[in-house]
Design a protein around this ligand. Structure first.
Ligand code: BES
Ligand code: MN
Ligand code: ZN
Length: 494
């Protein structure tokens, strides 16, 4: 993927394309450093406001090519609305609109003056990160045979200058986040006949070669021998080989325990014998969104190389009905030794994650575990599509992740855990059932996972509502890569 060159310069002299932030009065929003022909630009913009040609509202843009009396090839006016009403969401909406407006135009070298400390609690550094992320991501085009054979036009944009002091670390974070998100989106969008557990494993191996991560892949035979009876019970219905994919990034002291990221990698979820209804079943190709997030975060870690140790663990399989498939009422023994009565084969995410959690603790002795999974439809009912659910056994960890989500606008909302919900998992035939009824479905799923977490700080992210967008604009979002990168970088600095 082509990297945009981001740089900083407080005195701009020549430029081919200028992004200019405008308020609802048609005025240029006050800039730290003056631009060439700023007063002429201000007059022009105000006259366009008066004539009704540009309102300056949030999300509105107007591309002026060779405006009269101004020696700049392209000026993109970007509306940010009323100065005192701009929200974080509004700022990000306008930056995205600017990126969309410049996608595939002739611009090659852009000066982006829409860097200002407007959204109340934010600052210039934050704005640089967000702009680098949004522009790097928008100028990226996916090409893979699974998307058909049309050829893509390469984006022309080469570089972007921010007219402010040097915040290159902030730009690098945004850019690396974008590259990570692009990988997450690419994997998640890929149909399940291409994106198999083996393909996810190969992607990890490639990342390992590119960035020097240690990679270990377990196959079906090894996992059966090790006693991962729960994970293997999900995988037994499919002919596609399951994998446990482990990545480790060592950027910190060798004595420092790693932070573990565990991601659900169900490359297609039919529900198994508890078969799902047909409507929108295609979207269950996205049921590896947690796995794709882990790989995307590792891509970003490889780019940034922060001072921290991180392991990624991905249980990957299809969930298929077949003559070999697990059936409702079957009892299996997990790697932890606890037995599970599988009352619904469609609650498969927790069945693969529980063995991955045990394996992660045994193998990597992490200081913290963060798992992420498109785990429950109930999460969408509870919270909708704008925030992911977060639950955990450590309030400081939940708080730190929630703060990282707020900063990146990749937000989490906490749901409770407690013994009352845990009781819903009671089984007469095994240590627990794999479902706890309709009430509090996202919480009982997390309670199930909590039974496999032993004395380590743990947070669970249910990304069922946020990993992809449904409908005619269907596609993966790349979430929650931004929040996790922000969290890990904050941990690396601490
Ligand atoms: N992958 C699904 C959850 C899901 C469904 C995510 C729809 C996004 C959209 C998960 O494996 C699942 O099927 N969960 C069941 C659990 C139930 C059987 C307790 C669900 O949510 O219906
Ligand atoms: Mn399922
Ligand atoms: Zn699933």
């Amino acid at each position: 993927m082509k990297h945009i060159q981001f740089s900083f310069n407080t005195s701009i002299t020549n430029l081919d394309t200028l992004i200019l932030p405008i308020n609802d009065q048609g005025e240029i929003i006050s800039l730290e450093n003056p631009l060439p022909q700023q007063s002429a630009l201000n007059e022009l913009s105000k006259s366009l406001a008066k004539s009704g040609d540009f309102s300056g509202e949030v999300g509105k843009t107007l591309l002026l090519v060779k405006p009269a009396d101004i020696e700049i090839q392209r000026v993109l006016l970007v509306g940010f609305g009323a100065n005192d009403k701009l929200t974080t969401k509004g700022y990000l909406t306008s930056i995205q609109a600017a990126a969309d407006a410049l996608d595939h135009c002739g611009a090659t070298h852009i000066v982006n003056a829409a860097i200002f400390a407007k959204p109340a609690a934010e600052n210039i550094k934050w704005a640089v990160t967000q702009n680098a992320q949004i522009f790097q991501r928008s100028f990226y085009d996916y090409s893979h045979e699974s998307r058909g054979s049309h050829t893509l036009k390469e984006p022309k944009v080469e570089s972007m200058v921010f007219p402010c002091a040097d915040y290159s670390t902030a730009a690098q974070q945004g850019q690396a986040t974008a590259l990570g998100m692009a990988l997450t989106q690419e994997l998640a969008n890929m149909p399940s006949n291409f994106c198999t557990p083996t393909y996810l494993a190969e992607t990890a191996i490639q990342l390992g070669q590119e960035f020097g991560f240690d990679i270990k892949i377990l196959d079906r035979k090894e996992m059966i021998e090790m006693g991962m009876g729960s994970f293997m019970s999900v995988a037994q219905g499919g002919d596609t080989p399951p994998k446990m994919i482990c990545l480790s990034y060592k950027g910190g002291e060798s004595s420092q325990a790693p932070i573990a990221l565990v991601g659900k990698g169900v490359t297609f979820d039919t529900g198994g014998i508890s078969l799902k209804p047909g409507a929108a079943m295609d979207e269950m190709k996205y049921d590896m969104g947690g796995a794709a997030t882990v790989l995307g975060v590792f891509k970003a870690l490889g780019e940034i190389k922060p001072n921290i140790n991180v392991v990624g663990v991905i249980p990957a399989t299809e969930n298929m009905p077949s003559g070999n498939a697990i059936k409702p009422g079957d009892v299996v023994t997990s790697l932890s030794g606890q037995t599970i009565e599988i009352l619904n084969t469609d609650a498969e995410g927790r069945l693969i994650l529980c063995d991955a959690l045990t394996y992660t603790q045994q193998t990597f002795k992490p200081s913290k575990i963060i798992d992420m999974a498109t785990l429950t439809g109930a999460c969408i009912i509870a919270l909708g599509h704008h925030v992911s659910a977060i639950m955990g056994n450590s309030q400081p960890l939940v708080d730190a992740l929630t703060a990282a989500g707020q900063t990146t606008y990749d937000r989490f909302w906490q749901l409770p855990l407690g013994e009352e919900w845990d009781e819903q998992l009671k089984s007469n035939f095994a240590d627990m059932a794999n479902i706890g009824g309709r009430a509090g479905g996202s919480i009982t799923a997390a309670q199930f996972l909590a039974r496999f977490v032993k004395e380590v700080d743990w947070a669970h992210l249910d990304i069922a509502g946020t990993a992809w967008v449904s409908g005619n604009n269907k596609g993966a979002t790349g979430r929650p890569v931004p929040a996790l990168v922000e969290y890990l970088l904050t941990e690396a600095k601490a």
